[in-house]
Design a protein around this ligand. Structure first.
Ligand code: WQD
Length: 339
């Protein structure tokens, strides 16, 4: 019998790509999402890609009564917790919004899991939990924190909460996936990243400059200690990231306890490397200017993902060219996102 995975916050960028890969590997997917940062049109797109009508619930995951109904109506085996706010700058201006929503949604999920005897959870964590001071390549055994913003602390705190729950309940299986910088889109161009306002992250900003929606890219600092002075990050294709969730779901079903995995390529590219690759692959020009550093940014951040390779059997397969091509394919076919 195929297993059922609940994707909490599953209509968003990473969740929607994960739903496809789960279905491809024989899992059943159920999505719960309030569409704060996603668009219900995604369900039609997912049907076009997978041929499956994915059961979905328009609910706030923080609402335990509503979530309880989802568990009553579906035989959930594994939960993936994608639900949460993710705008770093907003989290600095409105910390309570982030602490309240990002922690409560996880509380609600684990309470409801306990009520229904569900013991497998995969949590969307982030490289941001490594804080400012660890040298790259980052390994899972490094000390965590201090984080540079409330968004990062919510990832840090949820990791800690899930670790404590796992220590108190030996039946529980917790997989913490620490994402590096997800970019790219499904090769169909039907789904992709659709930022709510002006993008904060580099790749969606470049994509909107390319489409003429934004005028010019600001490169935040060129005096970092990197090969060209601009910040270096580990960009990972969202489809590779989605596949890591499928392997994590397989793993969680067979193991108990808590395990963290870095999900990155292990290769660092600078801001200007990304701009140049995007221009070359898509044969267009991205106007940019050098501006001040962005507060809270570090020079270099990339993963050692050998643990994920060894234990999950996961490795990134797509390269920077794929990421640039697929981002532009989505953006050029959907210049206004899902609207
Ligand atoms: C990448 C590089 C910028 C925009 C953040 C969060 C992290 C995670 C992903 C997700 C940096 C530079 C960016 C721009 C630029 N959270 N840049 N001009 O900072 O590595 O990670 O997003 O939900 O928790 O901290 O990603 O894409 O914002 O920046 O020069 O307009 O691009 O300085 O060097 P980051 P990013």
């Amino acid at each position: 019998m195929s297993k059922t995975v609940l994707l909490a916050g599953g209509a968003g960028y990473i969740g929607s790509h994960t739903a496809i890969e789960l279905i491809d590997k024989g899992y059943k997917a159920v999505i719960a999402d309030c569409h704060y940062n996603s668009n219900p049109i995604v369900y039609e797109r997912l049907k076009e890609i997978t041929g499956t009508d994915i059961p979905h619930y328009n609910i706030d995951v923080c609402d335990e009564n509503a979530l309880n109904r989802v568990f009553e109506e579906n035989n959930i085996d594994v939960v993936i917790d994608f639900a949460g706010y993710k705008a770093v700058g907003e989290s600095v201006r409105e910390p309570m919004k982030y602490y309240k929503n990002n922690l409560n949604s996880t509380f609600s999920l684990v309470n409801t899991m306990e009520r229904h005897g569900v013991s497998n959870i995969i949590f969307s964590s982030s490289a941001t939990v490594y804080g400012m001071n660890n040298p790259s390549p980052l390994t899972e055994d490094m000390n965590l924190g201090p984080c540079t913003n409330p968004y990062g602390w919510t990832k840090f705190m949820n990791e800690e909460i899930l670790r404590d729950l796992s220590a108190a309940n030996e039946e529980l299986s917790v997989v913490l996936l620490r994402y590096f910088n997800p970019i790219g889109a499904h090769s169909s161009g039907l789904i992709g990243e659709d930022p709510k306002d002006i993008p904060n992250n580099l790749m969606p900003y470049i994509a909107q400059v390319a489409s003429g929606k934004l005028e010019i890219l600001s490169v935040f600092g060129n005096d970092y200690d990197t090969h060209d002075g601009t910040g270096v990050r580990d960009y990972i294709h969202v489809v590779d990231l989605a596949k890591a969730h499928v392997l994590a779901a397989d793993y969680a079903s067979e193991h108990k306890g808590v395990e963290a995995f870095n999900i990155g390529t292990g290769v660092g590219y600078s801001v200007l490397d990304i701009v140049k690759a995007f221009e070359r692959v898509n044969n267009l020009t991205i106007p940019y200017k050098i501006t001040e550093r962005r507060p809270g940014d570090i020079a270099t951040c990339y993963a050692d993902s050998s643990k994920a390779e060894k234990i999950l059997g996961w490795k990134a397969e797509k390269n920077l060219e794929d990421m640039c091509r697929d981002t532009w394919n989505w953006q050029s076919k959907n210049p206004e996102g899902y609207k």
